[in-house]
Design a protein around this ligand. Structure first.
Ligand code: COA
Length: 332
């Protein structure tokens, strides 16, 4: 039987640190409001001309591939999760393919927003189980600072998001004791417009116009409290679903890695699930919400801190625009 396992983790964040105090100078907000409502203290913003979504993904990928003891030549397929691709087309997966010395392998972009990385892990797991590929790179990378208007009218959104990239290598294994146990994917499109960046899209003859800009419809929009409530419910549901599918209990979890949307969401989920603080990893304080990149960045930091031990039960869970939500249960 083919199983799959994460064998390498890596990440990259841009060097420019933007603190809450920096944002106070640009809009009517405060460090106290942002910290209390989201847990975020600072985030990273990309440097034009230096950082792109695909080259940040490549830096994270290089690290993950090296840590797996492989070279780019060993990789059979690229999965690239992002809501902020370099171009409208082609996707960032093919741009990553040319960043490192890969073979002429397939490259797939995944558009499932904050759940994109787990969707990517699930696709990789199925390709490996089917026997089609042996070594797959899954990347989550975002540049979001340039879709934020750093002004009071967009402040609810602008203070939450940052730029960054994370990557994992997923390899075939025969060992049933160290593997991805299951993945669970969901969506509910009726809430698509509750967390959306509408323009430039393909619905209008003029994809972009002065009117759209004046009305602020080129900016991301979010029904913050609705997103918050759905997130807490769906995170808990999809973690329970993963545990039930494997006949496991909440107490069996060694590390829960939630998508970093808001520290209060992670904390509400932790309390709902009855997990102790040291079994839930959060780094939103340093990076804000980096969408598809949050989970692989967390995994990379945990690995660097030697907190992912052989045989640990690691649960990944995400919720985001779509709405989409997902989980993955891993015997590390
Ligand atoms: N600084 C200061 N005040 C702000 C602000 C900011 N950056 N953003 C909004 N406010 C104001 C609002 O205008 C509102 O003012 P009012 O009461 O005078 O109308 C007040 O703060 C409270 O806003 P509210 O929306 O009730 O706050 P909240 O407690 O729901 O927190 C979010 C707002 C956005 C932090 C919270 O809803 C949230 O995190 N939602 C989920 C977001 C998310 O995770 N999105 C990504 C999903 S992957």
């Amino acid at each position: 039987m083919n199983f799959s396992r994460i064998t390498g983790v890596g990440f990259y964040v841009p060097e420019t640190v933007v603190t809450n105090h920096d944002l106070e100078k640009l809009m009517d907000t405060s460090d106290a409001w942002i910290t209390e409502r989201s847990g975020i203290k600072e985030r990273r913003f990309f440097t034009e001309g230096k950082d792109t979504v695909s080259n940040m993904g490549a830096r994270a990928a290089q690290m993950a591939i090296e840590r797996a003891g492989l070279t780019p030549q060993d990789i059979d397929f690229i999965i690239f999760a992002t809501l902020s691709p370099d171009y409208n087309f082609p996707g960032s997966g093919v741009l990553l393919q040319r960043e490192l010395p890969f073979r002429e392998i397939g490259a797939l972009d995944v558009r499932a927003q904050c759940s994109g990385f787990i969707y990517g892990v699930s696709i990789a797991d199925q390709f490996i189980k089917s026997g089609m590929y042996k070594r797959i790179l899954v990347v989550g990378a975002e540049i979001q600072s340039n879709i934020l208007e750093l002004s009071t009218r967009n402040r609810d959104f602008a203070v939450l998001f940052g730029d960054g990239a994370g990557a994992v290598v997923i390899e075939k294994t025969d060992n049933p004791d160290r593997r991805i146990l299951s993945t669970h994917l969901h969506s509910e499109g009726k809430y698509a417009e509750d967390l959306i960046l509408e323009h430039p899209g393909s619905r209008l003859k003029d994809r972009m116009s002065t009117k759209i800009v004046e009305e602020g419809r080129h900016l991301p929009f979010m029904k913050g409290s609705a997103v918050f409530k759905h997130a807490v419910t769906r995170f808990s549901e999809v973690i329970d679903e993963a545990l039930q599918a494997n006949n496991l209990q909440t107490t069996d979890i060694d590390m829960l890695v939630p998508h970093q949307a808001n520290l209060r969401i992670s904390e509400a989920v932790r309390q709902k699930m009855g997990l102790p603080e040291d079994k839930v990893y959060n780094n939103i304080q340093k990076y804000g919400n980096t969408t598809a990149a949050t989970i692989p960045i967390c995994l990379s930091e945990l690995w660097e801190q030697n907190r992912l031990k052989e045989g640990d039960l690691v649960c990944l869970a995400a919720f985001g625009s779509g709405f989409t939500w997902a989980s993955a249960l891993i015997r590390w």
